[in-house]
Design a protein around this ligand. Structure first.
Ligand code: BTN
Length: 327
């Protein structure tokens, strides 16, 4: 990834671990004047970073705001494509809306749009999505797999598996699980939602926009009261705040690996991983669809992510869209 000069300066300070960096050295290495370096440091101060000047040694980064900006996410990436282009915004309406525009203008496979807050965050079924400033991960990844439109829903499952595995690698006080279709829950409360949208022609997907919302560092008081019984954050469950940029980087690393696995071996290995991470399969559930209420055992998902429920009469019913209650 090519970083802007400002982000390159920030990256160096972030990895200096509190050691001073000489302004002259920075200027020489980046091929710009010391005044230009000073101006970039001023901009960073306006963004919430503070620096101290140590005589004859240079500048020390004293405080850093908790952000999911380009240099921080970049520090955790091991990918070749995913997150190699990042559009970082302090505030936007919805990362999905911005991703749509970028995708239509030819954004590369793996382009990430990420914001500290969204004013019009979108959930599934046109529900609003709460995006508390600086506390969660609100991002959309644009991917361009060479697939047919009917395969698109499988990529929501690829994303769910990537997120669960990333959370598991950073948290050890709980086990997250997927509630069909693609909510990630901890102890019965939702911490993550996924919204996948598609730009396609009749016979070819042009791009998939995978929108991911994760409650990371919210305290209970950050959630509106009506969400208290149904929502949670990783911080509440892990009893400590998490590094959001590390989680973003880890998710993108998994997502690129699993998308590549899909291309190489098809959906079968992903389906297996999804079923292993699922809190729905094997359980007795009640599914409320638009037309009926189905009770029975969730026995699996089909190739297109459709839920299969075995009712008490032994009949297998396919459920395409429903609210699910685990019994
Ligand atoms: C759900 O209803 O569970 C899906 C929620 C998806 C929310 C994310 S946050 C980032 C991206 N931008 C949006 O407006 N929505 C998705």
């Amino acid at each position: 990834m090519t970083l802007t000069i400002k982000d390159e300066i920030l990256k160096r300070f972030l990895s200096a671990n509190g050691e001073p960096i000489s302004g002259q050295l920075l200027a020489d290495e980046l091929g710009i004047s010391r005044t230009a370096i000073w101006k970039h440091l001023q901009t960073l101060q306006e963004e919430g970073y503070t620096f101290e000047t140590i005589k004859k040694k240079g500048y020390v980064l004293m405080t850093k705001p908790d952000k999911v900006d380009v240099p921080r996410v970049n520090a955790f990436l091991t990918t070749k494509r995913f997150g190699q282009t990042i559009h970082y915004l302090e505030e936007c309406t919805s990362t999905q809306t911005i991703a749509h525009e970028l995708a239509r203008n030819g954004a590369k496979d793996g382009t990430l749009v990420i914001a500290e807050t969204q004013t019009l965050g979108k959930g599934r079924m046109s529900r609003p999505w709460e995006s508390t400033k600086g506390k969660g991960i609100w991002m959309t990844i644009i991917i361009r797999p060479d697939i047919l439109p009917h395969q698109a829903p499988q990529f929501t499952l690829v994303a769910a598996v990537s997120i669960v595995n990333a959370i598991k690698s950073l948290c050890n006080q709980f086990t997250p699980y997927i509630k069909w279709p693609n909510d990630i829950l901890i102890n019965g409360r939702k911490c993550t939602g996924i919204l996948t949208e598609m730009i396609a022609e009749m016979d070819r997907v042009q791009s998939l926009l995978i929108g991911i919302g994760i409650n990371v560092n919210q305290q209970l008081s950050d959630f509106p009261e009506e969400l208290h019984p149904i929502a949670t954050s990783l911080r509440l469950e892990e009893s400590k705040p998490l590094n959001r940029a590390e989680l973003v980087g880890t998710i993108l690393n998994h997502l690129e690996n699993y998308c590549d696995l899909y291309v190489k071996e098809g959906f079968a290995p992903i389906k297996k991983l999804w079923e292993e991470a699922s809190g729905t399969i094997g359980k007795r559930i009640k599914a409320t669809t638009l037309t009926e209420v189905i009770e029975g055992k969730a026995v699996g998902i089909t190739e297109s992510g459709v839920l299969e429920i075995q009712t008490d009469t032994g009949e297998i019913k396919n459920v395409y869209s429903a609210d699910i209650e685990l019994k």
